[in-house]
Design a protein around this ligand. Structure first.
Ligand SMILES: Cc1cc2nc3c(=O)[nH]c(=O)nc-3n(C[C@H](O)[C@H](O)[C@H](O)COP(=O)(O)OP(=O)(O)OC[C@H]3O[C@@H](n4cnc5c(N)ncnc54)[C@H](O)[C@@H]3O)c2cc1C
Length: 345
């Protein structure tokens, strides 16, 4: 019997950060990939600030596998820039302004812990603009942060893949999946495996949608080079303009920008800046978070796999997760138990 022939090696549903990073990872390994996407209101990547911070600031501990994730993410985004011949990835430092003397003391202690010490410094950034912000208890510096221009990357990815005929702008319903011998066919494309990268629109067990809101603001006269955190993040994107965020809400997640969140963010910002600012934009989206805050990656059927649960750290987690899924699907590498979808099945 002859082997079944397919138009592609992998079909991907969803072109948010998950689908875009996975498609690039697979293409780099020589796989033929087709992506289906119909942008829907509330999608997460459309509003992601793109910040990468390897520290859980609330507790001053490293985020999950921070060193490994950072190394892989940095290498992936730099390689991506070369492929696209542009700049998406901006390494930067983060100044965490201490709200109390107690927090300053905790930071001081944590800088002596070998697990987190490589990421922390006490008050040393060459950013003179930071001196103009109120810092009664000082600040600490988180090294090895960065931000990805997520929307810039996704726009260019969409244009490039559409031009090659490998991104189809359409919605995929369950009835569009046609079983064929050894795989699946969707809208005239076929492959041995389809990967669901549907973000918060998926009903996969263990997924928890979380609304997030943020602002774009202009702060005349403030030219920060570093990101700042005090209750909220302030991320410089050039021309005295900043992204500010984000909020977390677990109810009414699809309700879009709310006045409650706008008040919360402007209140925090007033305390952080103590100077006038102008709100240029207010955005909202829904994060695809998992119950245990780990990605959900792996095969979920003979011809199906899932790549989801990137939560609030998609930029940091997506490159490692895409590599892990690729090795699992094509090199029979075992799934890491912490990300295996079976934990929620
Ligand atoms: C306010 C806010 C701020 C954030 N800030 C940051 C940050 O600073 N740093 C960070 O790392 N992360 C941040 N995040 C999180 C980040 O946005 C997510 O981790 C990441 O974007 C998730 O990507 P995704 O591809 O899984 O989902 P999405 O971006 O939602 O993409 C899913 C895509 O699939 C499409 N789709 C779904 N189902 C179908 C179907 N059946 N057919 C066709 N298309 C379909 C959707 O339309 C969408 O385009 C933030 C999130 C929010 C909401």
């Amino acid at each position: 019997m002859s082997a079944p022939s397919f138009t592609h090696d992998v079909l991907i549903i969803g072109q948010g950060l998950a689908g875009a990073v996975l498609s690039e990872t697979l293409a780099l390994q020589g796989k033929r990939v087709c992506v289906f996407d119909r942008p829907q209101a509330g999608r997460s990547s459309a509003v992601a600030a793109g910040m990468v911070n390897p520290i859980v600031l609330r507790r001053t501990i490293p985020s999950w596998r921070a060193s490994e994730m950072l190394a892989i993410a940095g290498a992936f985004y730099r390689e991506l820039e070369m492929r696209y011949d542009t700049t998406f990835w901006h390494p930067l430092t983060l100044a965490a302004i201490f709200p109390t003397a107690q927090e300053a003391g905790i930071w001081q202690l944590r800088t002596k812990d070998p697990e987190i010490a490589p990421f922390l410094e006490r008050e040393s950034t060459a950013d003179v603009a930071l001196e103009s912000l109120p810092r009664p208890y000082g600040h600490g510096v988180v090294k090895r942060c960065g931000w990805l221009d997520v929307q810039g990357f996704l726009d260019q990815h969409r244009a490039r893949w559409s031009k090659a005929g490998d991104l189809v702008e359409t919605s995929v319903a369950p009835s569009d999946h046609i079983p064929v011998p050894g795989g699946v066919r969707i809208h005239e494309r076929s492959a041995p495996v389809v990967v669901y990268c549907e973000g918060p629109f998926s009903a996969y067990p263990g997924l928890v949608p979380v609304r997030g809101e943020g602002l774009t603001v202009r702060v005349p006269g403030l030219d920060l080079q570093c990101a700042v955190h005090r209750g909220v993040f302030l991320l410089p994107i050039g021309d005295q303009t900043y992204r500010v965020g984000a909020t977390f809400a677990w109810d009414d997640v699809w309700s879009g920008p709310t006045t409650e969140a706008r008040h919360y963010l402007t209140d925090r910002l007033e305390r952080l800046l103590e100077r006038p600012f102008e709100v240029v934009d207010h955005w909202a989206g829904v994060r695809p978070t998992s119950r245990d805050r780990r990605p959900i990656i792996g095969r979920i059927g003979a011809y199906e796999a899932v790549f989801n649960g990137l939560g609030s750290r998609g930029v940091l987690l997506a490159p490692w997760s895409a590599q892990h899924l690729t090795d699992h699907l094509f090199k029979a590498a075992p799934l890491d138990a912490e990300v295996d979808p079976v934990r929620f099945a």
